[in-house]
Design a protein around this ligand. Structure first.
Ligand code: C5P
Length: 228
């Protein structure tokens, strides 16, 4: 493994995998996510010399151990928010690659819901979970860099541009998820940044895309140093 020093001395918080919203003790609502992109980002950040805090929900890939990486396992969106908030307060960058569950049941049922009590339909009322990226975007200091993902099936660039602004992120990585990228080793993305031209990364492995994103994060951090 070739080590570079793009992020030497930096602390990067990376989220990966899906968070889940429990419905009862045995059931939950969740998002599709293999965790592959998040894991590729964590490896790229480690290779670039960063200290990594890796906050993971449900993933289908094994998580490697590294003396430079702290791994925090979470289940729910609220747990991920709390872990991100704590880690990001002393970090240089946050990359939100997690597929965060956007809704959770209004009421958690503390016993297993029995089919025979429900008839053939079960009504579940959902409420929004906190938006972690947006919360961190509003809390970030001038020198901190926040990166989000926009997985869209329609109007990719339009939605990603809105996300960059609404969530006060420094960078949004937009990918079209209508073409079956879930669980795939490959992807094709467009990186959006404020006041900068969009950068298209042609179809390649998630490992290569992650390296490129880490280089762009390092550039963002470097440009802040120059301004100060
Ligand atoms: O709004 P949307 O879910 O499309 O935004 C995607 C980005 O926001 C991703 O980076 C995801 O990790 C993050 N997100 C979040 N908290 C949520 C929902 C999404 O941090 N509740």
């Amino acid at each position: 493994l070739q080590v570079n020093d793009e992020l030497a001395g930096k602390k990067v918080v990376i989220t990966a995998g899906g968070t889940v919203s429990p419905l009862d003790p045995v059931r939950y609502l969740g998002n599709r996510s293999s965790g592959k992109m998040g894991l590729a980002l964590a490896n790229a950040a480690l290779t670039a010399g960063a200290k990594v805090v890796f906050i993971v929900g449900h993933v289908s890939v094994p998580i490697p151990e590294s003396s430079k990486m702290t791994v925090i396992h979470v289940e729910t969106t609220e747990e991920m928010l709390a872990a991100v908030k704590k880690a990001f307060s002393t970090a240089d960058a946050l990359i939100m690659a997690a597929a965060v569950a956007d809704y959770e049941p209004v009421n958690y049922i503390d016993h297993k819901i029995k089919k025979q009590d429900q008839g053939d339909k079960l009504k579940i009322y959902l409420k929004e979970t906190p938006d972690i990226l947006k919360t961190m975007g509003s809390l970030k200091q001038e020198q901190q860099v926040v990166v989000g993902f926009a997985a869209e099936t329609n109007d990719l660039l339009e939605n990603a541009t809105k996300k960059l602004k609404n969530k006060n992120a420094n960078m949004i990585v937009a990918n079209n998820v209508s073409q079956g990228v879930f669980g795939s080793d490959k992807d094709k993305v467009t990186v959006l940044r404020k006041d900068k031209a969009n950068e298209n990364i042609a179809e390649t492995t998630k490992v290569e895309i992650a390296k490129k994103i880490i280089t762009l994060v390092a550039e963002e951090l470097e440009s802040r140093k120059v301004i100060k």
